[in-house]
Design a protein around this ligand. Sequence first.
Ligand code: ADP
Ligand code: AMP
Length: 221
Amino acid sequence: MKNMTNLIIMGPPGAGKGTQSERIVQALNIPHISTGDMFREAIASGSSFGLEVARYINQGMLVPDDVTIEIVRERLSRPDCEHGYLLDGFPRTLPQACALENLLKEINRPIQCALNIAVDKNALIERISGRRVCPKCGASYHIVFKKPNKEDICDTCGSSLIQRKDDTPESLKVRLDAYENQTKPLIEFYEKNGVLVQIDGLQDIDKVFDDILNVLKGEKR
Ligand code: ADP
Ligand code: AMP
């Protein structure tokens, strides 16, 4: 059976979406479309767009729908999405999900699978407080669960690792509230559309990935 390649990965902040996305896109050779990464790149570039979105992100608030939908529309229209895509961190609100449905109709690439990575709140706090990222290449680590070979140094490019500005307890509270109120209802949205697959995100990183691959190969649903 052919792999599914039009994909969304969902779950609360810190569930492991970025970690699994890295592996999925490598396995399936599809582009990784992470709105969080796109916003962070804009912030790092110092553009006026970056300055505008930083006001929301640093406080843990969602970026307004119109801005977010527009960057995804532009990204999905690029030729590298013709053979599939993995959307990570988008959609996060019902208006975004509806806009996405329309967009995907236009390009005739409907979602085949929405992976929901389920993780409880205690684990999220532990994962987010220990997350370290490379400001240069974007690689992500954890001080306990995914240690770099050399403490605080990126394995890939040798830069010093940092903590994300929005990985503070104050921002995390705002992000978890936004998740509960605005993003969690999308689980039902995709369940009704018949594409939702639940993944147990409490397992170790390799086991979560095995479960995802089995689903995408059509072996488990
Ligand atoms: P998200 O993209 O959903 O916000 P990340 O992929 O950045 O989450 O993961 C958050 C943190 O948890 C990172 O430090 C990552 O290394 C770690 N992590 C991811 N998946 C697991 C897992 N299954 N078990 C333990 N730690 C994990
Ligand atoms: P992430 O890297 O997915 O954790 O996203 C980091 C931050 O970027 C979020 O806390 C939001 O402030 C913003 N963001 C990312 N994706 C979206 C989205 N789909 N809608 C609104 N804001 C977003």
